[in-house]
Design a protein around this ligand. Structure first.
Ligand code: FRU
Length: 753
């Protein structure tokens, strides 16, 4: 029987038998394994399928075809295995270079998988690699003991012309006698490590794999360089090993792993009251629109993976800005043209003529980004006549094309005084916002330009936002706010800048000096914000939300199976200050409906000798916290959240500097970037009553701190992992009076009732 036919029979039986198990996805797993470059099922030395070739045991004993216990067999079959393993006793298995050199991939993609049970405490192992010394090493999966810890470090490494790439996270499920499924993946943009279907590390990486130096692939051991010896050998069971010369999708990896899909929305780092898509990548919020009693959130989305790519518009709707119902992808990439950021409007008067007999359409205005060369970014529209369920791209797209490669992110709204549509759109590389007008959303003419302004070296300008706000709530005294998302902002990396001025339908006039930067958020993780169109006058709020991320590391943050979350929707107001009119932000009041019973404290004085929170046994990872302090002689004071023995995130006030800050230096995993930016601060003076007020949202991996009336805001991502659940109040260098502290545990919006 040929290898190929055998695989299919083996895989088909596997799929049938495993159907009852809750874990993995046996049918999908079988399909994925069927397409591997090589799979070794470990029934015998020669039962490899694909192009891997036979195995040669070296070192101690190797016994193939060992039957697993009933329970282990079921678990094996659920993830595409056959319930038979090889038992190694201080042994390794040499696979060679594969049939026709198949084990020497030289492209820019690779996935390796190994399912094993270590029967010892020794984790100084080379699990699967073409090692042979670092001058030849092609790719390698390995582990290291971490003395004193139960668990071990897991490593994945390889070389490309750019040099060495690797990650080595600590994994606490590495324990004697426990099955683990390990996957290393390289997709040409980055590498990822998964344990039992959960991503444990990521890093950027690119380029084709370095060709092999002729060394064999070794399973459970490492060749020293001259082929004479195999070290770092293994004692335990191996269920199966597989290798692909392509990057598996995260869903495929989940299907091959025991916890796949089991606890969607309860994964480590998964925000509980912030929006994130079920799986895959998201960046900017798009097309924010309130219509017929529902908020629509579209978002930049990659339907196929968890890094940026294939950009399309994902879609969700909500009655209250908190509970989101996922909808099918609204606008998909087609051919070489992606759907980049933009906005959506209700064309009530059917000015576009794209509506139905009964009603005007919803119209999405987005950037059609055609891959080059030459790359062209132009503005296009799509419409929906069924309340946003299905969308049709306009046949005569694009509607606005200046033949530019960085012309994007149209923000469109109805300008009532002149009964016309206005579009703000950027020429990203020139640091300019352009304004256009239109009577029908189809024919656009340029009215003016704004920029550069604010800061000199601002990187790209993206995602403009423009709206009118009453000053101090007075409808007869309004200003216009122009916001741009920029590449180099106050805290490093991407962030937002705003201008306060006048807009007459054609032109924006900044009322501040052009070199005065006003920052939207002083944290590192608030970008590409957009506000909702269509909020009724009776409500009257201006509500925006942003992408809680920073382009510096967005593609590498350690979350799985999704990557990217939105900030909490915030109400934005304009208030008079001694420096002039400034924005304030506060979480929408709807958020309070998720609060559980508060833990309350104060008034009391703390001096650092003890923490009144200790007695209250408050723990968790999702909170809404309101703190009011009266400064005494402590230089710094505040709260630590998401805290364990080794990690915490500190949100505090520094009295000498008049600053609110978020310190995430010891907040958890930041190994995915060399530029996490540990300390973030925002200017904040005590209120007129001398008190310092802070409102802090904590949601597993999102921290949003609002100081005073919300003029100082810091949004910051942290990755502490599930064990960091404590909170503590602190002071530094003296005492502080806690006027009041209210700590509300927050309910999840994702749990099923
Ligand atoms: C901002 C941005 C936009 C672009 C989109 C592409 O984060 O770069 O300028 O339209 O993302 O996904």
């Amino acid at each position: 029987m040929t290898d190929h036919r055998r695989t299919l029979i083996f895989l088909a039986t596997t799929a049938l038998i495993a159907g009852l198990s809750a874990a993995g996805d046996p049918v999908r797993a079988a399909q994925t394994l069927a397409d591997a470059t090589a799979v070794w099922g470990m029934e015998s030395e020669t039962d490899g399928v694909g192009r891997g070739g036979a195995l040669t045991p070296v070192g101690g004993e190797a016994e193939f075809g060992v039957s697993m216990s009933d329970e282990d067999r079921l678990a094996s079959r659920a993830v595409g295995g056959d319930g038979l393993a090889v038992r190694l006793n201080d042994a390794a298995l040499v696979a060679g270079e594969g049939i026709g050199g198949a084990l020497n991939p030289t492209g820019d993609q690779l996935t390796v998988l190994m399912r094993l049970r270590n029967d010892t405490e020794n984790w100084d192992l080379t699990l699967l690699g073409k090692h042979g010394g670092h001058d030849r090493l092609q790719y390698n999966l390995y582990s290291f003991d971490r003395p004193g810890d139960s668990g071990a470090e897991l490593g994945f490494e390889f070389y490309t012309p750019d040099g060495y790439h690797g990650q080595r996270p600590f994994v606490d499920s590495f324990k004697a006698g426990r099955w683990v499924t390990i996957v290393g993946r390289y997709d040409g943009a980055g590498l990822d490590l998964f344990v039992d279907g959960r991503r444990v590390a990521s890093a950027a990486a690119s380029g084709p794999l370095r060709p092999s130096g002729g060394q064999p692939l070794v399973i459970a051991g490492e060749e020293t360089g001259d082929g004479s010896e195999y070290i770092r050998r293994f004692t335990g069971l191996i269920d199966h090993v597989a290798i692909w010369d392509r990057a598996l999708s995260t869903e495929e990896i989940e299907s091959l792993s025991p916890s796949g899909g089991l606890s969607l929305y309860d994964e480590p780092h998964r925000p509980q009251f912030h929006f994130s898509p079920e799986r895959n990548w998201t960046n900017d919020p798009n097309g924010l629109l309130y219509h017929n009693g529902r908020y629509h959130l579209f978002y930049q989305y990659n339907p196929f993976g968890d890094r940026w790519g294939h950009m399309s518009w994902g879609h969700a709707v909500s009655p209250d800005l908190l509970h989101w119902e996922h909808r099918p992808v609204a606008l998909r990439e087609a051919g070489d043209t992606m759907i980049w950021s933009g906005s959506a409007v209700f064309d009530r008067n059917n000015t576009s003529g794209l509506g139905s007999d009964e009603s005007g359409p919803l119209v999405a205005v987005y950037t059609a980004r055609k891959a080059g060369p030459p790359e062209v970014q132009s503005q296009a529209i799509a419409f929906s006549n069924d309340d946003g369920v299905t969308w049709t791209k306009y046949a005569e797209n694009p509607v606005l094309d200046i033949g530019h490669s960085a012309f994007r992110d149209p923000r469109v709204f109805w300008y009532e005084p002149e009964q016309k549509w206005v579009m703000a759109v950027v020429v990203a590389t020139e640091h300019k916002v352009r304004f256009y007008e239109s009577k029908n959303l189809i024919d656009w003419s340029l009215t003016s330009e704004f920029g550069p302004a604010g800061v000199r070296d601002s990187g790209l300008w993206e995602c403009p936002e423009l709206f009118e706000l009453p000053l101090d709530g007075d409808p007869d005294d309004t200003k216009w706010i122009l916001q741009v998302s920029i590449g180099k902002s106050v805290s490093g990396g991407t962030g937002g800048l705003y201008f306060v001025g006048r807009f007459d339908g054609d032109e924006f006039v900044n009322e501040n000096p052009d070199d005065l930067p006003l920052w939207v958020d002083y944290g590192r993780d608030f970008y590409a914000l957009q506000s909702f169109n269509g909020i009724p006058d009776a409500d009257g709020r201006r509500i925006w939300l942003g992408w809680a991320n920073n382009w510096v590391y967005a593609n590498e943050i350690p979350t799985s199976p999704w990557r990217g979350s939105m900030s909490i929707p915030r109400e934005v107001r304009l208030v008079s200050t001694e420096d002039g009119p400034r924005l304030t932000q506060r979480p929408v009041s709807e958020l309070e409906s998720l609060r559980g019973p508060a833990v309350k404290l104060g008034p009391c004085v703390i001096d650092g000798s003890s923490d009144p929170l200790d007695a209250l046994a408050v723990e968790g990872q999702s909170f809404d916290i309101e703190l009011v302090f009266e400064p005494l002689d402590a230089r710094r004071f505040g709260i630590r959240v998401l805290e364990s023995e080794s990690v915490c995130t500190e949100i505090g006030y520094d009295l000498r500097l008049d600053e609110m800050y978020v310190n995430r230096r010891h907040s958890g995993d930041s190994s995915f970037t060399r530029d996490f930016g540990d300390h973030q601060w925002a200017p904040l003076k005590p209120g007129e009553d001398g008190l310092i007020r802070m409102r802090i949202l904590v949601d597993r991996s999102v921290v949003e701190a609002f100081g005073g009336d919300g003029r100082a805001v810091i949004t910051s991502r942290v990755f502490p992992g599930p064990t960091a659940r404590r909170l503590s109040l602190f002071t530094d260098g003296g005492s502080v009076r806690i006027e009041s502290a209210r700590i509300y545990p927050m309910r999840s919006v994702w749990s099923t009732p």
